[in-house]
Write a protein that binds this ligand. Structure first.
Ligand SMILES: *Cc1c(COP(=O)(O)O)cnc(C)c1O
Length: 367
Protein backbone atom coordinates (compact mmCIF):
# COMPACT_ATOMS: atom_id res chain seq x y z
CA UNK A 1 0.00 0.00 0.00
CA UNK A 2 2.74 2.44 0.98
CA UNK A 3 4.49 2.43 -2.38
CA UNK A 4 1.47 1.72 -4.52
CA UNK A 5 1.48 3.90 -7.61
CA UNK A 6 -1.51 6.22 -7.95
CA UNK A 7 -1.90 7.26 -11.58
CA UNK A 8 -3.86 10.28 -12.79
CA UNK A 9 -6.58 8.10 -14.30
CA UNK A 10 -7.64 4.53 -14.98
CA UNK A 11 -9.58 3.31 -18.01
CA UNK A 12 -13.12 2.12 -17.41
CA UNK A 13 -13.64 -1.42 -18.70
CA UNK A 14 -16.65 -3.72 -18.71
CA UNK A 15 -16.46 -7.14 -17.03
CA UNK A 16 -14.00 -9.29 -19.03
CA UNK A 17 -16.47 -12.10 -19.77
CA UNK A 18 -19.03 -9.64 -21.04
CA UNK A 19 -16.68 -8.16 -23.64
CA UNK A 20 -15.38 -11.60 -24.70
CA UNK A 21 -18.95 -12.80 -25.16
CA UNK A 22 -19.87 -9.68 -27.09
CA UNK A 23 -17.01 -9.98 -29.61
CA UNK A 24 -17.64 -13.70 -30.34
CA UNK A 25 -19.95 -13.02 -33.33
CA UNK A 26 -17.05 -11.29 -35.08
CA UNK A 27 -15.37 -14.70 -35.51
CA UNK A 28 -18.40 -15.95 -37.41
CA UNK A 29 -19.23 -13.06 -39.71
CA UNK A 30 -15.64 -11.77 -40.06
CA UNK A 31 -16.76 -8.20 -40.53
CA UNK A 32 -14.41 -6.55 -38.10
CA UNK A 33 -14.40 -3.05 -39.59
CA UNK A 34 -15.85 -0.92 -42.45
CA UNK A 35 -19.03 0.37 -40.82
CA UNK A 36 -20.40 -2.95 -39.65
CA UNK A 37 -23.37 -3.79 -37.49
CA UNK A 38 -21.82 -2.63 -34.20
CA UNK A 39 -20.66 0.65 -35.68
CA UNK A 40 -24.27 1.37 -36.66
CA UNK A 41 -25.62 0.23 -33.32
CA UNK A 42 -23.19 2.40 -31.36
CA UNK A 43 -23.95 5.46 -33.50
CA UNK A 44 -27.66 5.06 -32.75
CA UNK A 45 -27.14 4.45 -29.02
CA UNK A 46 -24.79 7.41 -28.65
CA UNK A 47 -27.18 9.71 -30.46
CA UNK A 48 -29.70 8.81 -27.79
CA UNK A 49 -27.33 9.02 -24.86
CA UNK A 50 -25.76 12.30 -25.93
CA UNK A 51 -29.16 13.69 -26.91
CA UNK A 52 -27.93 14.89 -30.33
CA UNK A 53 -29.59 14.83 -33.75
CA UNK A 54 -26.74 13.41 -35.82
CA UNK A 55 -23.52 11.61 -34.97
CA UNK A 56 -20.64 10.10 -36.90
CA UNK A 57 -18.24 7.70 -35.18
CA UNK A 58 -14.53 8.17 -35.76
CA UNK A 59 -11.29 6.31 -35.08
CA UNK A 60 -10.33 8.88 -32.43
CA UNK A 61 -11.16 12.34 -31.14
CA UNK A 62 -8.37 14.03 -33.04
CA UNK A 63 -9.56 12.81 -36.45
CA UNK A 64 -13.10 13.75 -35.43
CA UNK A 65 -11.88 17.33 -34.92
CA UNK A 66 -9.75 17.41 -38.08
CA UNK A 67 -12.64 16.18 -40.20
CA UNK A 68 -15.23 18.36 -38.44
CA UNK A 69 -13.15 21.39 -39.39
CA UNK A 70 -12.63 20.04 -42.92
CA UNK A 71 -16.43 19.80 -43.34
CA UNK A 72 -16.71 23.52 -43.96
CA UNK A 73 -14.18 23.92 -46.81
CA UNK A 74 -12.58 27.01 -45.30
CA UNK A 75 -10.15 28.83 -47.63
CA UNK A 76 -6.48 28.00 -47.04
CA UNK A 77 -4.80 30.36 -44.57
CA UNK A 78 -8.06 31.62 -43.06
CA UNK A 79 -8.05 32.45 -39.34
CA UNK A 80 -9.63 30.40 -36.58
CA UNK A 81 -10.03 31.80 -33.09
CA UNK A 82 -9.19 29.16 -30.51
CA UNK A 83 -7.83 28.57 -27.01
CA UNK A 84 -4.22 27.73 -26.14
CA UNK A 85 -5.29 26.17 -22.80
CA UNK A 86 -6.06 22.71 -24.17
CA UNK A 87 -4.55 19.45 -25.32
CA UNK A 88 -2.26 19.92 -28.32
CA UNK A 89 -4.76 18.11 -30.58
CA UNK A 90 -7.01 21.19 -30.79
CA UNK A 91 -4.31 23.39 -32.31
CA UNK A 92 -2.92 20.58 -34.48
CA UNK A 93 -6.37 19.97 -36.01
CA UNK A 94 -6.59 23.63 -37.07
CA UNK A 95 -3.05 23.83 -38.47
CA UNK A 96 -3.32 20.46 -40.25
CA UNK A 97 -6.35 21.92 -42.06
CA UNK A 98 -4.01 24.68 -43.39
CA UNK A 99 -5.72 27.30 -41.21
CA UNK A 100 -4.16 29.86 -38.89
CA UNK A 101 -4.94 29.58 -35.18
CA UNK A 102 -5.49 32.91 -33.43
CA UNK A 103 -5.18 32.37 -29.71
CA UNK A 104 -7.74 33.92 -27.38
CA UNK A 105 -7.29 34.24 -23.61
CA UNK A 106 -9.35 32.15 -21.18
CA UNK A 107 -11.24 32.86 -17.96
CA UNK A 108 -9.77 32.22 -14.53
CA UNK A 109 -13.22 31.11 -13.34
CA UNK A 110 -13.41 27.93 -15.46
CA UNK A 111 -10.54 27.82 -17.98
CA UNK A 112 -12.79 28.21 -21.04
CA UNK A 113 -12.37 30.81 -23.79
CA UNK A 114 -13.02 34.38 -22.59
CA UNK A 115 -15.97 35.34 -24.78
CA UNK A 116 -15.45 39.04 -24.05
CA UNK A 117 -12.08 38.90 -25.82
CA UNK A 118 -13.22 37.18 -29.03
CA UNK A 119 -14.54 40.17 -30.98
CA UNK A 120 -11.21 42.03 -30.80
CA UNK A 121 -9.53 39.13 -32.58
CA UNK A 122 -11.94 38.97 -35.51
CA UNK A 123 -10.55 40.15 -38.87
CA UNK A 124 -11.86 39.86 -42.45
CA UNK A 125 -9.94 36.56 -42.62
CA UNK A 126 -11.68 34.95 -39.62
CA UNK A 127 -13.91 32.00 -40.55
CA UNK A 128 -14.51 30.04 -37.36
CA UNK A 129 -14.22 29.75 -33.59
CA UNK A 130 -12.92 26.51 -32.05
CA UNK A 131 -13.51 26.69 -28.28
CA UNK A 132 -12.90 23.84 -25.82
CA UNK A 133 -15.17 22.68 -22.99
CA UNK A 134 -12.01 22.14 -20.98
CA UNK A 135 -12.36 19.57 -18.11
CA UNK A 136 -16.03 19.40 -19.09
CA UNK A 137 -16.50 23.06 -18.05
CA UNK A 138 -18.99 24.48 -20.49
CA UNK A 139 -18.00 27.53 -22.59
CA UNK A 140 -20.37 30.49 -22.69
CA UNK A 141 -22.15 28.89 -25.64
CA UNK A 142 -24.86 31.56 -25.86
CA UNK A 143 -22.44 34.49 -26.09
CA UNK A 144 -20.20 32.63 -28.52
CA UNK A 145 -23.16 31.86 -30.80
CA UNK A 146 -24.22 35.49 -30.72
CA UNK A 147 -20.75 36.59 -31.89
CA UNK A 148 -20.67 33.86 -34.54
CA UNK A 149 -24.05 34.97 -35.89
CA UNK A 150 -23.03 38.61 -35.95
CA UNK A 151 -19.86 37.92 -37.98
CA UNK A 152 -21.07 34.87 -39.90
CA UNK A 153 -18.55 32.47 -38.34
CA UNK A 154 -18.75 28.72 -37.81
CA UNK A 155 -18.39 27.32 -34.30
CA UNK A 156 -16.82 23.90 -33.83
CA UNK A 157 -16.57 22.78 -30.22
CA UNK A 158 -13.82 20.54 -28.95
CA UNK A 159 -16.00 18.64 -26.46
CA UNK A 160 -13.39 15.89 -25.97
CA UNK A 161 -13.77 16.28 -22.18
CA UNK A 162 -17.52 16.77 -22.15
CA UNK A 163 -19.05 13.34 -22.80
CA UNK A 164 -22.48 13.25 -21.16
CA UNK A 165 -22.39 16.89 -20.04
CA UNK A 166 -25.69 18.73 -20.24
CA UNK A 167 -26.20 22.49 -20.41
CA UNK A 168 -29.63 23.86 -19.47
CA UNK A 169 -30.93 20.30 -19.77
CA UNK A 170 -29.67 19.83 -23.34
CA UNK A 171 -26.83 17.57 -24.53
CA UNK A 172 -23.66 19.63 -24.91
CA UNK A 173 -23.23 18.36 -28.50
CA UNK A 174 -26.19 20.48 -29.63
CA UNK A 175 -24.29 23.77 -29.53
CA UNK A 176 -22.41 25.33 -32.44
CA UNK A 177 -22.22 23.86 -35.95
CA UNK A 178 -20.49 20.69 -34.72
CA UNK A 179 -18.95 19.25 -31.55
CA UNK A 180 -16.40 16.51 -31.25
CA UNK A 181 -16.03 13.93 -28.49
CA UNK A 182 -13.05 11.72 -27.64
CA UNK A 183 -13.49 8.12 -26.53
CA UNK A 184 -9.82 7.64 -25.78
CA UNK A 185 -8.88 5.16 -23.03
CA UNK A 186 -8.15 8.03 -20.63
CA UNK A 187 -11.49 9.79 -21.06
CA UNK A 188 -14.68 9.42 -18.99
CA UNK A 189 -16.12 7.04 -21.60
CA UNK A 190 -13.91 4.99 -23.91
CA UNK A 191 -14.01 2.74 -26.96
CA UNK A 192 -10.25 2.00 -26.38
CA UNK A 193 -9.52 4.63 -29.05
CA UNK A 194 -12.39 6.46 -30.66
CA UNK A 195 -14.34 9.62 -31.10
CA UNK A 196 -17.36 11.17 -32.75
CA UNK A 197 -18.64 14.31 -34.41
CA UNK A 198 -22.10 15.51 -33.31
CA UNK A 199 -24.04 17.97 -35.47
CA UNK A 200 -27.57 18.81 -36.56
CA UNK A 201 -27.47 19.19 -40.37
CA UNK A 202 -28.15 15.79 -41.92
CA UNK A 203 -26.09 16.48 -45.07
CA UNK A 204 -22.95 16.52 -42.91
CA UNK A 205 -23.47 12.82 -42.21
CA UNK A 206 -22.77 11.89 -45.84
CA UNK A 207 -19.87 14.29 -46.06
CA UNK A 208 -18.27 12.92 -42.88
CA UNK A 209 -18.84 9.40 -44.15
CA UNK A 210 -16.81 10.31 -47.24
CA UNK A 211 -14.11 11.99 -45.21
CA UNK A 212 -13.71 9.01 -42.89
CA UNK A 213 -13.73 6.34 -45.62
CA UNK A 214 -11.55 7.55 -48.51
CA UNK A 215 -14.56 9.14 -50.26
CA UNK A 216 -15.58 5.67 -51.46
CA UNK A 217 -19.25 5.58 -52.51
CA UNK A 218 -19.33 2.41 -54.58
CA UNK A 219 -17.14 -0.43 -55.78
CA UNK A 220 -15.75 1.69 -58.60
CA UNK A 221 -16.65 5.14 -57.35
CA UNK A 222 -14.64 7.64 -55.31
CA UNK A 223 -16.29 11.05 -55.05
CA UNK A 224 -14.12 12.88 -52.56
CA UNK A 225 -10.56 13.09 -51.19
CA UNK A 226 -11.20 11.37 -47.88
CA UNK A 227 -9.00 10.09 -45.08
CA UNK A 228 -9.36 6.81 -43.20
CA UNK A 229 -10.89 7.59 -39.84
CA UNK A 230 -13.54 4.95 -39.27
CA UNK A 231 -14.06 3.07 -36.03
CA UNK A 232 -13.53 -0.71 -36.08
CA UNK A 233 -15.98 -3.26 -34.65
CA UNK A 234 -13.86 -4.25 -31.62
CA UNK A 235 -13.88 -0.62 -30.52
CA UNK A 236 -17.59 -0.24 -31.26
CA UNK A 237 -18.34 -3.29 -29.09
CA UNK A 238 -16.16 -1.91 -26.29
CA UNK A 239 -18.22 1.25 -26.60
CA UNK A 240 -21.51 -0.64 -26.41
CA UNK A 241 -20.33 -2.53 -23.31
CA UNK A 242 -18.96 0.58 -21.58
CA UNK A 243 -22.14 2.51 -22.34
CA UNK A 244 -24.12 0.10 -20.14
CA UNK A 245 -22.05 1.18 -17.14
CA UNK A 246 -21.71 4.89 -17.83
CA UNK A 247 -24.44 5.85 -15.34
CA UNK A 248 -22.59 4.04 -12.59
CA UNK A 249 -19.22 5.48 -13.65
CA UNK A 250 -20.59 9.04 -13.52
CA UNK A 251 -22.20 8.44 -10.12
CA UNK A 252 -18.94 7.06 -8.66
CA UNK A 253 -17.08 10.07 -10.09
CA UNK A 254 -19.65 12.49 -8.66
CA UNK A 255 -19.21 11.12 -5.12
CA UNK A 256 -15.43 11.23 -5.32
CA UNK A 257 -15.47 14.71 -6.85
CA UNK A 258 -17.44 16.10 -3.94
CA UNK A 259 -15.24 14.31 -1.41
CA UNK A 260 -12.13 15.90 -2.93
CA UNK A 261 -13.77 19.28 -3.28
CA UNK A 262 -14.99 19.39 0.31
CA UNK A 263 -11.52 18.50 1.57
CA UNK A 264 -9.31 20.72 -0.59
CA UNK A 265 -11.41 23.89 -0.86
CA UNK A 266 -10.47 24.91 2.65
CA UNK A 267 -6.72 24.53 2.10
CA UNK A 268 -5.01 27.92 1.90
CA UNK A 269 -3.65 28.62 -1.59
CA UNK A 270 -5.56 25.85 -3.36
CA UNK A 271 -8.02 27.28 -5.89
CA UNK A 272 -10.84 25.50 -7.67
CA UNK A 273 -12.84 26.29 -10.78
CA UNK A 274 -16.35 27.63 -10.31
CA UNK A 275 -19.30 25.31 -10.74
CA UNK A 276 -22.01 26.44 -13.17
CA UNK A 277 -25.59 25.86 -12.00
CA UNK A 278 -26.81 25.38 -15.57
CA UNK A 279 -24.38 22.50 -16.14
CA UNK A 280 -24.94 18.83 -15.38
CA UNK A 281 -21.29 17.76 -15.04
CA UNK A 282 -19.52 14.54 -15.98
CA UNK A 283 -16.79 15.03 -13.34
CA UNK A 284 -14.14 14.22 -15.93
CA UNK A 285 -11.13 15.61 -14.05
CA UNK A 286 -10.14 17.06 -10.71
CA UNK A 287 -8.04 20.13 -11.55
CA UNK A 288 -6.73 22.36 -8.76
CA UNK A 289 -4.92 25.69 -8.96
CA UNK A 290 -1.81 26.15 -6.86
CA UNK A 291 -1.96 29.85 -6.08
CA UNK A 292 0.65 32.33 -4.84
CA UNK A 293 -0.32 31.93 -1.19
CA UNK A 294 0.14 28.15 -1.15
CA UNK A 295 3.25 27.05 0.75
CA UNK A 296 5.05 25.84 -2.39
CA UNK A 297 4.90 26.20 -6.17
CA UNK A 298 2.88 23.95 -8.47
CA UNK A 299 6.05 22.23 -9.64
CA UNK A 300 7.20 21.64 -6.08
CA UNK A 301 3.85 20.10 -5.15
CA UNK A 302 3.96 17.97 -8.31
CA UNK A 303 7.40 16.68 -7.25
CA UNK A 304 6.32 16.11 -3.65
CA UNK A 305 3.40 13.98 -4.85
CA UNK A 306 5.71 12.02 -7.17
CA UNK A 307 8.01 11.22 -4.27
CA UNK A 308 4.99 9.49 -2.77
CA UNK A 309 4.27 7.59 -6.01
CA UNK A 310 1.34 9.89 -6.81
CA UNK A 311 1.33 10.88 -10.45
CA UNK A 312 -0.66 14.10 -10.86
CA UNK A 313 -0.40 15.78 -14.26
CA UNK A 314 0.21 19.36 -15.38
CA UNK A 315 -2.77 19.46 -17.76
CA UNK A 316 -2.53 21.90 -19.56
CA UNK A 317 1.02 23.11 -19.37
CA UNK A 318 2.59 24.58 -21.42
CA UNK A 319 0.01 26.45 -23.49
CA UNK A 320 -0.21 24.96 -27.00
CA UNK A 321 0.83 28.39 -28.36
CA UNK A 322 4.10 28.03 -26.42
CA UNK A 323 4.95 24.56 -27.73
CA UNK A 324 8.05 24.29 -29.88
CA UNK A 325 6.08 23.64 -33.07
CA UNK A 326 3.88 26.76 -32.68
CA UNK A 327 5.96 29.21 -30.65
CA UNK A 328 6.09 32.74 -32.15
CA UNK A 329 4.30 31.58 -35.26
CA UNK A 330 0.69 32.66 -34.85
CA UNK A 331 -1.38 35.65 -33.85
CA UNK A 332 -2.39 35.97 -30.25
CA UNK A 333 -3.83 38.47 -27.89
CA UNK A 334 -2.42 38.89 -24.42
CA UNK A 335 -2.74 35.42 -22.92
CA UNK A 336 -2.30 36.54 -19.34
CA UNK A 337 -4.96 34.40 -17.68
CA UNK A 338 -4.18 31.35 -19.79
CA UNK A 339 -0.48 31.58 -18.98
CA UNK A 340 -1.23 32.01 -15.29
CA UNK A 341 -3.55 29.00 -15.28
CA UNK A 342 -0.99 26.88 -17.13
CA UNK A 343 1.53 27.68 -14.39
CA UNK A 344 -0.88 26.93 -11.53
CA UNK A 345 -2.85 23.96 -12.80
CA UNK A 346 -2.49 20.43 -11.51
CA UNK A 347 -4.87 17.57 -12.26
CA UNK A 348 -5.04 15.24 -9.28
CA UNK A 349 -5.48 11.49 -9.78
CA UNK A 350 -9.19 10.93 -10.29
CA UNK A 351 -11.38 8.12 -11.61
CA UNK A 352 -14.48 6.13 -10.78
CA UNK A 353 -12.66 3.36 -8.90
CA UNK A 354 -10.40 5.52 -6.79
CA UNK A 355 -10.26 4.39 -3.18
CA UNK A 356 -11.09 6.83 -0.41
CA UNK A 357 -7.74 5.99 1.27
CA UNK A 358 -5.92 7.05 -1.88
CA UNK A 359 -7.77 10.35 -1.94
CA UNK A 360 -7.11 10.91 1.76
CA UNK A 361 -3.40 10.26 1.21
CA UNK A 362 -3.28 12.86 -1.57
CA UNK A 363 -5.26 15.41 0.46
CA UNK A 364 -2.96 14.90 3.45
CA UNK A 365 0.14 15.51 1.37
CA UNK A 366 -1.35 18.72 -0.07
CA UNK A 367 -2.28 19.86 3.44
C1 LIG B 1 -8.18 13.76 -25.83
C2 LIG B 1 -8.37 15.08 -26.50
C3 LIG B 1 -8.43 15.22 -27.89
C4 LIG B 1 -8.08 14.12 -28.85
O1 LIG B 1 -8.78 12.97 -28.68
P1 LIG B 1 -8.11 11.54 -29.03
O2 LIG B 1 -9.26 10.62 -28.93
O3 LIG B 1 -7.04 11.29 -28.01
O4 LIG B 1 -7.56 11.62 -30.42
C5 LIG B 1 -8.73 16.47 -28.42
N1 LIG B 1 -8.94 17.54 -27.64
C6 LIG B 1 -8.86 17.45 -26.29
C7 LIG B 1 -9.13 18.67 -25.47
C8 LIG B 1 -8.54 16.23 -25.68
O5 LIG B 1 -8.41 16.17 -24.35
Amino acid sequence: MHNEKILVTRSSMPPYEEYIEAIKPLWDNRQITNMGQYHKELEEKLKGYLDVQELSLMVNGHMALELAIQLFDFPEGAEVITTPFTFISTTHAIVRNHLQPVFCDVKRSDGTMDETKIENLITERTVAIVPVHVYGNVCNVDAIQEIADKYNLRVIYDAAHAFGVKYKGKGIGNYGDASIFSFHATKVYNTIEGGAVAFSEHRFYEKLYNLKNFGIRGEDLVTEVGANAKMNEFSAIMGLCNLKYIGNVLEERRKRYHFYRKNVETIKGIGLFEQNEDVCSNYAYFPVLIEEDYCMTRDELYDALRENCIYARKYFYPLTSDQECFRNKYGRACLEQARKLANQILCLPFHDEMKIEQMVKIIDIIK
